[in-house]
Ligand binder design. Structure first.
Ligand code: AMP
Ligand code: MG
Length: 347
C-alpha cells in the first residue's frame, strides 16, 4: 500500500475545507486508516463504527486485540450516540479540560461502535483532542474516530509525522503531517464510572489539576504495585521501548557516570538520557538532552523523540536520570519505567 503524506499547516484558516483535510476525511469515510496529529502524540484514526476500519488499525500497529481504543470526537453532542450516561463529575471535567489531553471512561451504549474498538468491554474511553487539524478532520468526516497512538505496538509513541512513517509506511492509507505535537505524552485516562474517579493512566492532565476541579481522585493500584492487575488493559504491556537495554538511575550524577564507565569498560556503547541542566556532567558515547528539568513539560514534549533518537545512534545500553513524580512528572516516570521494562538502579 502506498501511504500518502498530506501536509496541513495548523495555523491556516478554514481547516474544515482544506483540500488535504477533505482528502483525509474521505479516506476515513471509506474505512481506511489515517494518522493524524493531536496535541499529545500522533494518532492512527479509523471509523469507530466500522469493524473493517478498526481491524485495519489493530493490524497496522500489531496491537493486541484486548487493548481497547480511545474514541475521538469534535462535539460533546456526539457522546449521547454511544455513551449510556454522563456522570456529573464527568460533565464538569469535560467543561474544564475538553478539548484537551483527558480521556474519560464512560458506560458504553451497546450497538453503535465496533466491538473491536472497545475490546468487548462494557465501557468506552472518549476524548476531544485540542488540535485544530484533528478537530477539523473530525468535523469534516462527521464520525467518531478510534485512534490509538500511531506507532508499532511496543515502540515509543510518535510525536512527529516522520516517526509514523518510520513505523507504519506502506501499512496505512495516509498521514496528515502538521509538524511536532505539543504535550508529548498521551492523554490521562480517567475512569468516571466510579463515584471517586480513578486515574488508569497518568498523562497530560495531572492528578493535581483534576482534584482542583472535582475533589478526590484515586490512582489505579497497578500504577504503583507491579503485581496488581491494571484496569486499563493496555497498561499491562511493555511500551515505549528503545532498542537498547535501558535502566533508570536514582542517585547522584557521579553514580550514574560510574555505571556508564563500567559498561564502556566492557566494550559497550553507552547512552545517557539527561536534561539541559546536567548535560555537561556526563562522559558517554551519546548524551541526549530531553528538555529542561526545571520545566517538566519540556521533558514530556521531548521524551519519545529522544527515545527514538537513541535507536539511530546504535547504543547498547541507556542510563536515564529519573524525575519527580508530581505534576506531569507522574506521566514521564510512568513512560520511562515502561520503556526501561521497570529496571531501576538505586544508589
Ligand atoms: P493508546 O490508544 O495507545 O493511547 O492507549 C489507550 C489506553 O487507554 C490503553 O491503555 C487502553 O487500555 C486504555 N483504555 C481505552 N479504553 C478503555 C476502557 N474502556 N477501559 C479501560 N481502559 C481503556
Ligand atoms: Mg499507545
Amino acid at each position: 500500500m502506498n501511504t500518502i503524506v498530506l501536509k496541513v499547516d495548523k495555523y491556516v484558516d478554514k481547516l474544515e475545507s482544506n483540500p488535504q483535510v477533505v482528502d483525509a476525511a474521505i479516506l476515513l469515510r471509506e474505512n481506511e486508516v489515517v494518522a493524524l496529529p493531536t496535541e499529545t502524540v500522533y494518532g492512527l484514526g479509523g471509523n469507530a463504527e466500522s469493524d473493517e476500519a478498526v481491524g485495519k488499525i489493530f493490524a497496522a500497529k500489531g496491537r493486541p486485540g484486548d487493548n481497547p481504543l480511545i474514541i475521538h470526537i469534535a462535539e460533546t453532542e456526539q457522546l449521547k450516540d454511544f455513551v449510556e450516561e454522563i456522570p456529573e463529575k464527568a460533565q464538569v471535567l469535560m467543561g474544564k479540560f475538553w478539548p484537551g489531553p483527558l480521556t474519560i471512561i464512560f458506560k458504553l451504549k451497546q450497538g453503535i461502535l465496533s466491538e473491536k474498538a472497545t475490546a468487548g468491554l462494557a465501557t468506552v474511553g472518549v476524548r476531544m483532542p485540542d488540535h485544530p487539524v484533528a478537530l477539523a478532520l473530525l468535523k469534516t468526516c462527521g464520525l467518531p474516530i478510534a485512534a490509538p497512538s500511531a506507532n508499532s505496538s511496543g515502540k515509543p509513541s510518535p510525536t512527529k509525522a516522520e516517526h509514523v512513517i518510520d513505523d507504519l509506511n506502506g501499512k496505512i492509507a495516509g498521514v496528515v503531517d502538521s509538524g511536532s505535537t505539543g504535550v508529548g505524552v498521551e492523554s490521562t485516562v480517567l475512569d468516571c464510572t466510579e463515584e471517586i474517579p480513578i486515574i488508569l493512566r497518568p498523562g497530560g492532565v495531572t492528578k493535581e489539576q483534576l482534584e482542583k476541579v472535582i475533589g478526590e481522585v484515586r490512582l489505579d493500584q497497578a500504577l504503583s504495585d507491579e503485581t496488581a492487575k491494571p484496569k486499563a488493559p493496555g497498561m499491562k504491556y511493555r511500551h515505549y521501548a528503545p532498542n537498547a537495554d535501558m535502566y533508570l538511575v536514582s542517585g547522584t550524577r557521579e553514580f550514574l557516570q560510574r555505571l556508564v564507565k563500567e559498561k564502556r569498560d566492557e566494550g559497550l556503547r553507552v547512552g545517557v538520557l539527561t536534561t539541559e541542566e546536567h548535560q555537561a556532567d556526563y562522559e558517554a558515547d551519546v548524551v541526549l538532552v530531553c528538555g529542561k528539568r526545571a520545566e517538566l513539560e519540556s521533558v514530556a514534549t521531548a521524551l519519545y523523540d529522544t527515545l527514538r533518537r537513541f535507536n539511530q545512534m546504535n547504543v547498547d545500553v541507556i542510563f536515564s536520570e529519573v524525575f519527580p513524580s508530581s505534576g506531569v512528572g507522574q506521566a514521564i516516570m510512568n513512560r520511562l519505567l515502561k520503556a526501561a521494562g521497570n529496571k531501576i538502579i538505586v544508589e
